[in-house]
Write a protein of this length. Structure first.
Length: 252
């Protein structure tokens, strides 16, 4: 286990470690492997095949941000119903209903397919305005966009999609927020179908389900995390009714 630096200052759930402000991930064990958490503000890609735990990872990031550190958050769903998120939360015993009533967590929706002609600049501008209003109203520090993949499929080119991702990343960091950009990972691709996100975002985490000799396990791999020492190997985790949790061998 990586030892955290001793010279750290706490500030409303944020920690300053060796000059880098960090925000807690909300995942038991993961902060110890990231020198205290994600750099703040930052944007992190969370990618994986269907069913690997991406949505619950994002929900736990927001939920624990509110419950443990009083940091409000926003869950923006793309091409999905808000009830989908509620079902996930219920399945993993996360009482997000009370947080919504207290306006500590906002679940919002953006429907890309409503456009007859997709324009990346227009979409980026609308999402920026939408999120900025909510950030100002509740003082949000944490954002989850689930998922950014539809932007890539609807964009006219990989370059335009990259510009959209870069613009959203830049604007959210200027709002002093740390955001998770969730992406679907097809089985025939390394990380994402579009390949540009790892170069544009501050961190990349992939989630996988693996089978070897009849044994199945879930693994998390940190491909990149700016200004952070992180383990090179895959990290095994459990996904149970208690949520997303690294196995005990990885945390104290």
């Amino acid at each position: 286990m990586i030892e955290l630096p001793k010279n750290k200052e706490k500030d409303e759930g944020l920690e300053l470690n060796d000059g880098v402000k960090r925000i807690k991930t909300g995942v038991p064990g993961l902060d110890d492997l990231l020198e205290g958490g994600f750099p703040h503000p930052s944007t992190i890609l969370v990618t994986g095949n269907s069913g690997t735990g991406k949505t619950i990872f994002g929900l736990q990031y927001l939920y624990n941000g509110v419950k443990k550190y009083d940091q409000p958050g926003i869950y923006l769903t793309i091409q999905a119903q808000g009830t989908d998120v509620t079902w996930y939360a219920s399945r993993f015993n996360l009482d997000i209903h009370s947080l919504q009533e207290e306006r500590k967590m906002i679940i919002s929706r953006y429907e890309v397919s409503e456009y007859e002609k997709f324009n990346s600049k227009t979409v980026a501008r609308e999402i920026e305005k939408k999120l900025s209003r909510i950030i100002s109203s509740i003082g949000a520090k944490r954002i989850v966009i689930d998922s950014i993949s539809p932007f890539g499929y609807f964009s006219s080119s990989k370059a335009n999609y990259g510009k959209l991702v870069h613009r959203l990343s830049k604007s959210l960091k200027e709002e002093d927020c740390s955001a998770l950009f969730i992406s679907e990972k097809p089985y025939n691709s390394e990380l994402t179908p579009f390949e540009v996100e790892p170069y544009l975002l501050d961190g990349v985490i992939s989630l996988s389900r693996k089978e070897k000799r009849g044994n199945r396990k879930r693994t998390l791999h940190i491909h990149k995390m700016t200004a952070t020492r992180s383990p090179l190997e895959d990290i095994t985790f459990n996904l149970s009714e208690d949520g997303f949790k690294l196995l005990p061998s990885y945390y104290g």
